[in-house]
Design a protein around this ligand. Structure first.
Ligand SMILES: [Zn+2]
Length: 214
């Protein structure tokens, strides 16, 4: 009976100590105080011009930040993802920026989303949307799965994601949007998604990410 294992899981979750997403030490918060402090000590990153817009990254993709994002993507640690998104929102001073009309997350393909159970970029985008009080934008979809980008050069990355996104929503009519992802490497994925939003009528698309590969 399915109830038994899920009940056991609930009990286990209740008694197992929560561990920090950054350093795996026992912690009462998703990211422990020491990791919050270390992450906060990272040097600031300047905005990165991407041709179609500007990318703002809160952190460098290294040390604790890399651990937290890895856990959020591959180990189901959504609490760690939400916590780092809140730290990123503070670091990027989101409440003091001109707010966008809406916030879109870089989508996963339907298959990968089913497999993972959630889209990590959407979790981050939802935190940002709450902080600035703007709606999430649905309608941007990934029409085909793409092979992992990590081992590719810049040109191969662009070819890999070309035509991977589509807009399935109403015309965007001059909207200013934030496009959110967890990690920015070369910007090829964000660029492909942004061009679809611009083709749908968005006037300005800027990228906001938790971390950038230095
Ligand atoms: Zn920690």
């Amino acid at each position: 009976m399915a109830l038994v294992p899920s009940l056991a899981r609930l009990l286990l979750d209740a008694v197992a100590p929560l561990r920090c997403a950054g350093c795996d030490s026992v912690s009462s918060t998703a990211i422990c105080a020491a990791c919050v402090e270390r992450v906060g000590e990272q040097g600031g990153l300047s905005p990165l011009g991407l041709g179609w817009g500007t990318a703002h990254a809160a952190f460098a993709f290294e040390a604790e930040v890399r651990e937290i994002l890895h856990g959020g993507k591959f180990q189901g640690n959504r609490a760690g993802l939400r916590h780092i998104a809140q730290l990123a929102a503070r670091r990027l001073e989101l409440p003091h920026r001109p707010p966008p009309d809406a916030i879109a997350a870089v989508p996963l393909g339907a298959g990968r989303r089913r497999q993972r159970g959630y889209n990590q970029a959407e979790i981050v985008a939802a935190v940002f949307a709450t902080v600035v009080g703007r709606p999430m934008l649905g309608g941007l979809v990934r029409t085909r799965e793409t092979a992992p980008q990590s081992s590719r050069g810049e040109e191969a990355r662009q070819a890999n994601v070309a035509g991977a996104f589509a807009w399935r929503g109403p015309e965007l009519r001059g909207a200013a949007l934030w496009l959110v992802d967890d990690v920015l490497t070369t910007g090829a994925t964000l660029g492909a998604a942004a061009s679809v939003l611009r083709d749908a009528g968005a006037q300005q698309v800027d990228a906001l990410v938790i971390a950038r590969v230095p």
